[in-house]
Ligand binder design. Sequence first.
Ligand SMILES: C=CC1=C(C)c2cc3[nH]c(cc4nc(cc5[nH]c(cc1n2)c(C)c5CCC(=O)O)C(CCC(=O)O)=C4C)c(C)c3C=C
Ligand SMILES: [Fe+2]
Ligand SMILES: [Fe+2]
Length: 342
Amino acid sequence: MDKKGILLVNLGSPRSTAVNDVKEYLDEFLMDERVIDYRWIFRALLVQGIILKTRPAKSAEAYKTVWTDEGSPLIVITEKIQKKLQKLVDVPVEIGMRYAEPSIETGIQKLVDQGISEIVLFPLYPQYAMSTTETVIEKAEEVRKKKFPKVKINYIQPFYNRDIYINCLAESIREKLPEHFDALQFSYHGVPERHIYKTDPTKTCNLNDCCSRDENPSHQFCYRHQCYKTTQLVIEKLNLPKEKTIVSFQSRLGKDKWIEPYTDETLETISKKGVKNLAIVCPAFVSDCLETLEEISVEGKEQFMHGGGESFHYIPCLNDEDRWIEVVKILCEEKLNDFYLV
Ligand SMILES: C=CC1=C(C)c2cc3[nH]c(cc4nc(cc5[nH]c(cc1n2)c(C)c5CCC(=O)O)C(CCC(=O)O)=C4C)c(C)c3C=C
Ligand SMILES: [Fe+2]
Ligand SMILES: [Fe+2]
């Protein structure tokens, strides 16, 4: 029988906080046509001609504030997830990053070196976007066809609305919520509006009321809907009144219109609406990273306090919590079993 293995795929981080390493990482990341989706020549002009001239130095400073002795939080946490999962399953588990090292190719190679020919690949993103799940699958397929044509890969689909995930996220939030808070904010990574229009096969999403409708064929590829759905399901589990919750989108880049409302603008203004004590969680990320530890916990806190806020409580990602590892195990096992059905 063919030997099976698991590859956990996360976004990836620079090799170090040196400006040149950050530049190399941003170059690979932003030249991905599913991240900056302009024609190659315009993408190259924007990324190499403008962004990479100034951003690497600024981002390197930001990375220095979150970097640990073991390395980038995102990589270190993904390794911890791998180690804990490995204790629970009887097939080899490796990790791969969409950008930089250890790459998806390195991860598949490590599995192949152990005699594995059937891989369950888990993109560690709850919600679908062309810059999340889609780019991971595209890259893995490119690598598979070029280097490992005999290997079969079974992909785990976005799990933003799965009961086991929602229960896990809700319990994790419940444990970490402070006793008193005026609102719980769900801040998701943003994407340009154009990405959502582009990936909507039904061309019906208007990025407005339709994202919060219960049934709509566009939802399968609508990142904004999936973020709202995760939020709705979690607040139902937590029994929170909807008025005590806020959804927003963070980490804009460039001049395009990104999905709204924007986290930074929300943080600066909500105290005027009576939110003085805020709890905030970032469910687009399963592991803490630059975007949560710096952009939200540090910059976001400053924005909120500057706007008149009184207390700011950041709720960490699921990281390597045991209940989350259990969910990862169940989702992987479903796909491992799929191989037996084919
Ligand atoms: C969680 C899902 C993510 C989506 C969707 C996403 C889209 C997206 N990101 C950029 C630009 C940048 N993102 C950066 C960091 C970053 N992004 C994600 C996740 C998503 N990105 C993570 C987990 C991280 C942190 C990585 C780490 O090492 O900790 C960065 C780099 C940092 C910086 O310079 O600010 C950029 C740039 C775009 C343009 C985009 C959608 C089109
Ligand atoms: Fe990002
Ligand atoms: Fe939508």
